[in-house]
Ligand binder design. Structure first.
Ligand code: SF4
Ligand code: SF4
Length: 174
């Protein structure tokens, strides 16, 4: 290795000294999420408040990881949960199986399920990775452990990212 090679190497190092670092101090500083990033699922509602999910199970059929379980029930005509005849009485996604491919979102005929931007899903016990309707219906902010932490400290859920714009997620509170 010649002196010239060493000088070239030092030149690269010195050049980077004056560039803005690409690393961030996560989780103290939030990270930027690209608009098309696919994270934790949201189950959306119609403007009337009715759930968009009609319990058809097409998402479960499309899921390559067998991560979705849907059990449908008949709507009460006097107090429907969703438009149409049926709604999802049980809707669960096993986040340990999910590979965040987005096939469920593609398959859904009503646009009920959308993969959002939340990625902080680490947890401790197996059952805490199975997300039910109450964990995914629009308006629920954060993963299970983030909500547990926030409740224990009597604080708001703090997410470690800034979300980019995405029209399908309009109405989701980040
Ligand atoms: S994102 Fe893919 S793997 Fe995850 S639940 Fe949807 S279809 Fe299944
Ligand atoms: S999320 Fe969509 S595809 Fe899945 S059960 Fe509900 S309506 Fe059907």
């Amino acid at each position: 290795m010649s002196v010239l090679d060493i000088a070239k190497g030092m030149g690269v190092t010195l050049g980077h000294l004056f560039k803005k670092p690409v690393t961030v101090r996560y989780p103290d500083e939030p990270v930027d999420i690209k608009p098309r990033f696919r994270g934790r699922h949201h189950l959306l509602r119609h403007p009337s408040g009715l759930e968009k999910c009609i319990g058809c199970s097409l998402c479960a059929a499309a899921c390559p990881a067998y991560a979705i379980y849907v059990e449908a029930a008949e709507n009460d005509p006097n107090d429907p949960t969703s438009p149409g005849e049926r709604y999802a009485k049980i809707y669960e996604i096993n986040m340990l199986r999910c590979i965040f491919c987005g096939m469920c979102e593609e398959a859904c005929p009503t646009g009920a399920i959308v993969l959002g931007h939340e990625f902080e899903l680490a947890d401790f016990r197996y059952p805490d990775f199975v997300y039910g309707k109450e964990d995914m219906l629009v308006g629920t902010k954060g993963s299970k452990w983030q909500r547990r932490e926030a409740q224990a400290k009597n604080e708001d859920v703090k997410l470690g990212f800034k979300a980019g714009p995405r029209p399908e997620l309009e109405g989701v509170d980040y």
